[in-house]
Each structure stands twice: as structure tokens, then as C-alpha cells.
Ligand binder design. Structure first.
Ligand code: SAM
Length: 278
């Protein structure tokens, strides 16, 4: 990356989520040398350019003008270096950019990424919860019913869940998660990389109560532990499954089927089947 002139194409540039010291040297190089930088909000990115000591050639690209602006940006990528940034963090992650990348690829342009800060990943490193499998939910719907449905959809996923939320909605969101997922261990990571960074841990219920009367300020990521192991099947579960299986199968086969399904002892189930039949 020592060339003074960048090759034409699209450059996806991650920017700090709070601490300007997190801007990578490569990101700074691309932003100062790009022919045009597509930005979510030019007032926000102007602060980054001030930090870099340059003005930057910014072009607004956000949810409201993206469809109108995109064809022009795609055309420019044939001969110019076009960079994309969002207000903070990694573009495309709960931020605009996916269609720009899709269309740039379709037009045969080179797409390069300059990775860097991302609040979801930073929160995972703070939470102390399993990171081998995680599922990113972005922002949950604001309305109660839609939020409950979105939570129900992911309740069975055996992975840590990561989502973005705002301070005023945090407590209601945590309570809805407790209702839909059970009272799992959770971390609320706030103001990551900023002066008042904190990561508060507890169960969903505890955290919902903590923030109910005191909605936190600043930016927030919620990280929720995966579901625990399913509790062992009870005698009542075994009896119910056995009674149903006996309507279809002889005792030995019914015992075998239920043993496999519920992880119970086949011989004990057979003995139970004999008493249930009498
Ligand atoms: N693209 C960004 C990224 O890579 O993280 C996320 C953009 S999304 C529109 C903004 C949300 O990210 C905020 O509402 C908050 O939930 C989360 N976020 C951004 N910066 C954060 C920070 N410093 N601390 C905690 N959460 C942050």
C-alpha cells in the first residue's frame, strides 16, 4: 500500500467506534487518497477528516438517497477509487453498503476491505460468554409484538446472541429477551472504547431490573449466552411419551422408541410399559 495513487474500485473502510486512535494506518491512507468517500453523514465523517488533517472528498450515501446515488458511484469505480465509510465501525454491519458491494461486484469492479472496529465483535471480546458460535441480530424491532416474534425465532439457536440496542429501550428489550429465551446470563457492553466504557454482567432478569428506572446513556451492545443443556426428561415426560407410543406399538418397541427420544433407560421403560398396559 505504498502507491500514492489508489487503483480504481471500491474500498470498504472501517472507522473507530469511539476512540480515534483505533483508525488503522491503512484506513487513514485510503481515506486521504480516495477520489471520493461515500459517507452516511458528512458532519460525522468531517470529524474524522479533521483528525487526519485533510478535507476529504465526501459524497453522502445513506438509506434515503442510496438508490439514486448508487449508479453514479458504480460508474465512477471504473476509473476512480471510491471509499465507503459509515458513521462509526464497519460499513454494512447494521449500516448501509450491501447493495453497493453487490452492484460493484456485478459490474466487475475490484472490491477491497479495510477491516477494523466493529461494536458487535468488540462486545463479544468483553462479555466473557462463549464465542465459538455467535448469531448477530442487529437491532430488534421496536414494536413489542414484532420484537417477541423475532426473539421466538432465535430461541432455539445454540449460539451466543449479539444485538444492538438503545439506552431508552434497553430494559424493555432485556425483559422481552428473558420472557422469550429464559433467564440467561448476559452482558451489556456500553460506550466501548470511549471514556465511560463498561460491561455489566448478570442474568437477563437482573439486568432488566437494573436498567428499568435508570436507562443508560450512550451506545449499547447486548450479548446473551446460548441456551443451557435441555433438562433431563422426568418420569412424567417418560410416562406421557410411553402412553402415546403404546397406542401405536407393542411394549418392547414403545420402550425402545421413548428411550431413544428422551435418553431414558429402555429396560425401566419396558417395565413401566407393562404396568401402564394393565
Ligand atoms: N457498523 C457499526 C459497527 O460496526 O459496529 C454499527 C452501526 S449501528 C447503526 C450503531 C449501533 O452500534 C449503536 O446503536 C450501538 O448499538 C452499537 N455501537 C456502536 N458503537 C458502539 C460503542 N462504542 N459501544 C457500544 N455499542 C456501540
Amino acid at each position: 500500500m505504498d502507491d500514492l495513487i489508489l487503483s480504481p474500485g471500491l474500498y470498504i473502510v472501517a472507522t473507530p467506534i469511539g476512540n480515534l486512535g483505533d483508525l488503522t494506518p491503512r484506513a487513514a491512507q485510503i481515506l486521504t487518497r480516495a477520489d471520493v468517500v461515500a459517507v452516511e453523514d458528512s458532519r460525522v465523517t468531517a470529524g474524522l477528516f479533521r483528525h487526519l488533517g485533510t478535507k476529504g472528498r465526501m459524497l453522502p450515501y445513506h438509506d434515503h438517497n442510496a438508490d439514486a446515488v448508487r449508479p453514479g458511484l458504480i460508474a465512477r469505480m471504473a476509473t476512480e477509487a471510491v471509499a465507503l465509510v459509515s458513521d462509526a465501525g464497519t460499513p454494512l454491519i447494521s449500516d448501509p453498503g450491501f447493495k453497493l458491494v453487490r452492484d460493484a461486484r456485478a459490474a466487475g469492479h475490484v472490491v477491497t476491505t479495510i477491516p477494523g472496529p466493529c461494536a458487535a465483535i468488540a462486545a463479544l471480546t468483553l462479555a466473557g460468554l462463549p464465542t465459538d458460535r455467535f448469531f448477530f441480530l442487529g437491532f430488534l424491532p421496536a414494536k413489542q409484538q414484532a420484537r417477541a416474534e423475532a426473539i421466538a425465532e432465535v430461541a432455539a439457536i445454540r449460539a451466543t446472541l449479539v444485538l444492538y440496542e438503545s439506552g431508552p429501550r434497553l430494559s424493555a428489550c432485556l425483559a422481552a429477551l428473558a420472557e422469550g429465551l429464559g433467564n440467561r446470563e448476559t452482558a451489556v457492553a456500553r460506550e466501548i472504547t470511549k471514556r465511560f466504557e463498561e460491561c455489566v454482567t448478570g442474568t437477563l432478569g437482573e439486568l432488566a431490573a437494573r436498567y428499568a428506572d435508570a436507562p443508560p446513556r450512550g451506545e449499547i451492545v447486548v450479548v446473551v449466552a446460548p441456551p443451557g443443556e435441555a433438562p433431563p426428561a422426568s418420569i412424567e415426560d417418560g410416562d406421557a411419551a410411553l402412553a402415546e407410543a403404546l397406542t401405536r406399538l407393542p411394549a418392547s418397541k414403545a420402550a425402545g422408541e421413548v428411550a431413544k427420544k428422551l435418553g431414558l433407560d429402555r429396560k425401566a421403560l419396558y417395565a413401566r410399559a407393562m404396568t401402564l398396559k394393565t
